[in-house]
Design a protein around this ligand. Structure first.
Ligand SMILES: Nc1ncnc2c1ncn2[C@@H]1O[C@H](COP(=O)(O)OP(=O)(O)OP(=O)(O)O)[C@@H](O)[C@H]1O
Ligand SMILES: [Mg+2]
Length: 504
């Protein structure tokens, strides 16, 4: 486990075809042992597919994998695990109903005469968790852990199995800053032990902080590999998208009309004091805060998705019923949620249906018959507007890449007749090129008089797109700043918990 012999990994002319999609086309590159290798590319470029091949979940249509120079072929994931490979996926793969300990040792629980030795199991689990600095009770059900800790358990599990090649698929997208720091420390330790690490991310800062080398994919093809020292951010982005990206926020001041949305003394789960703010038609109001500051909770209350304890929401002076999201939607308030897996996507339905799901009733003939013409044209309009990468509108959404699924859900809400749109982390998991398109769409909506509320954990993004910035801290709105007054430093200071702010 603590050996420092380096293990190297290579992909040799790997191709992967799905019906109508060539996800990977003749991709070759190597990952040196004792290094962190970034794998980047636009949504749908083929990153997750490559990781699934590595994990043994997919067999490539062509080409091979090599470990320490030896060609290897895995029939299924257990063979890959056996060979020392671990892939930490975009969506985590633990069993939520089972305990941390059972998840860690799934498939090789310590047992005697078929009976699991619980004390031994707990001790082994504790030891494993300690190695990555976690002190979770081994008997906690995984489903009850916050996402960040689930991910830590997943990493501990990889180590339990003695993994030497570890791949991470966008591991930080739901982590707080502190958790990201922890993860990076662990990754650096794995690197020092000689592991070959493949790191998929859309966040350039992370890549330049953590990685030693980089491989860029575009449309399933290998564009370039090399030591990261030979790259600048601009060069990476340019190679990824195949064009120059100037000023991605492209902020244009807009005239604001009358106040549209007024939130008065709203209180409910996740909030620690009544929250009040207002936003005008044609305005973009950003919400910044650390993970857990109560931003998503506030949005869900405004949308009627969680029961309120006190307060009210007014739209153009009229109180909005907050009993259920359907009232909010009828009034013209929609929420594009943060957790698309849980709240957004119907995996076994097509791109077309997932796009039209919410707005289709308003367009149905006689209120009940599906309006095929509208369905087709709306779905293709949204797919085009958001550049959704899919072979057809009939494709099942679960076959789309993570970022493209996110775009379809955004398209669903753009199909509604919105007066207020609440966007919770709209660019999470979205590539840099598509991000600038989403920013442009937000500005368009505002120009059409929509009130746009955007929650984001990326400070440059909030500062780049918003007319005003509301900062949340520990379940309350700490302040609302005008764009002109909002510097990174000021906003961050407001977002930090009181003790931390005083200490620094
Ligand atoms: N099971 C599948 N069936 C059909 N097509 C698939 C399947 N899995 C992936 N694809 C397609 O293969 C291409 C590559 O997808 P992949 O998930 O590897 O992209 P990605 O680079 O991980 O993107 P993202 O940054 O959005 O996560 C996409 O066009 C996707 O729609
Ligand atoms: Mg992916």
């Amino acid at each position: 486990m603590s050996s420092t012999v380096a293990t190297s990994l290579a992909f040799d002319r790997v191709s992967m075809e799905f019906p109508g999609v060539k996800a990977l086309d003749n991709v070759s590159f190597g990952v040196a042992g004792g290094s962190v290798h970034a794998l980047v590319g636009e949504n749908g470029a083929g990153k997750s597919t490559l990781l699934k091949i590595l994990s043994g979940a997919y067999t490539p249509s062509d080409g091979t994998l090599q470990l320490d120079g030896q060609p290897r072929r895995f029939d299924g994931t257990s063979a890959a695990i056996e060979a020392g490979i671990a892939v930490i996926y975009q969506e985590l793969h633990l069993v939520p109903e089972m305990s941390v300990a059972e998840n860690l040792f799934l498939g090789h629980l310590p047992q005697r005469h078929g009976i699991v030795n619980r004390r031994e199991l707990a001790a082994a689990a504790r030891k494993q968790l300690e190695m990555i600095g976690e002190s979770i009770d081994p008997w906690t059900k995984v489903g009850r852990l916050p996402l960040a800790q689930r991910q830590m358990v997943e990493i501990a599990k990889a180590l339990t199995r003695g993994a030497r090649v570890i791949a991470f698929d966008e591991p930080t997208s739901s982590l707080s800053d502190r958790e990201v720091r922890r993860l990076f420390t662990i990754i650096r330790e794995l690197k020092a032990r000689g592991c070959a690490i493949l790191y998929v991310s859309h966040r350039m800062e992370e890549i330049f902080e953590l990685c030693d080398a980089i491989t860029i994919l575009r449309d399933g093809r290998h564009v370039e590999s090399g030591p990261l020292a030979g790259f600048t951010r601009d060069k990476v982005v340019q190679r990824m998208v195949g064009r120059e990206l100037a000023n991605i926020y492209n902020y244009q001041p807009r005239p604001h009309a009358a106040p549209a949305l007024a939130v008065e003394g709203l209180l409910g789960p996740g909030l620690t004091a009544p929250c009040s703010f207002s936003a005008a038609a044609g305005e973009i109001l950003g919400f910044f805060g650390l993970v857990g500051a109560g931003r998503s909770e506030l949005m869900r209350l405004i949308f009627g998705a969680t029961p309120i304890a006190a307060g009210r929401v007014l739209l153009a002076g009229e109180p909005v019923k907050l009993a259920a999201p359907r009232h909010a939607i009828e009034a013209g308030i929609v929420l594009c949620p943060e957790d698309r897996k849980k709240e957004g996507i119907v995996p076994i339905r097509s791109v077309l249906e997932n796009t039209n799901l919410s707005a289709r009733r308003r367009h149905a003939r006689g209120g009940i018959l599906i309006n095929e013409g509208w369905e087709q044209s709306n779905a293709s309009l949204r797919a085009e507007q958001l550049r959704v990468k899919t072979p057809s509108l009939q494709q099942l959404i679960r076959n789309l890449s993570g970022g493209n699924q996110q775009k379809v859900i955004l398209g669903r809400w753009l199909s509604e007749n919105v007066k207020v749109i609440l966007l919770d982390e709209p660019t999470r998991g979205i590539d840099v090129g598509a991000k600038s398109e989403i920013y442009a769409i937000m500005q368009d909506l505002a120009r059409q008089g929509v009130c746009v509320i955007v929650v984001s954990s990326e400070l440059p993004e909030v500062l780049g797109v918003s007319d005003r910035i509301a900062v949340m801290r520990q379940g309350v709105i700490a302040a609302v700043l005008d764009r002109a007054d909002a510097t990174e430093e000021k906003v961050l200071k407001l977002a930090l918990p009181a003790e931390t702010a005083r200490a620094s």
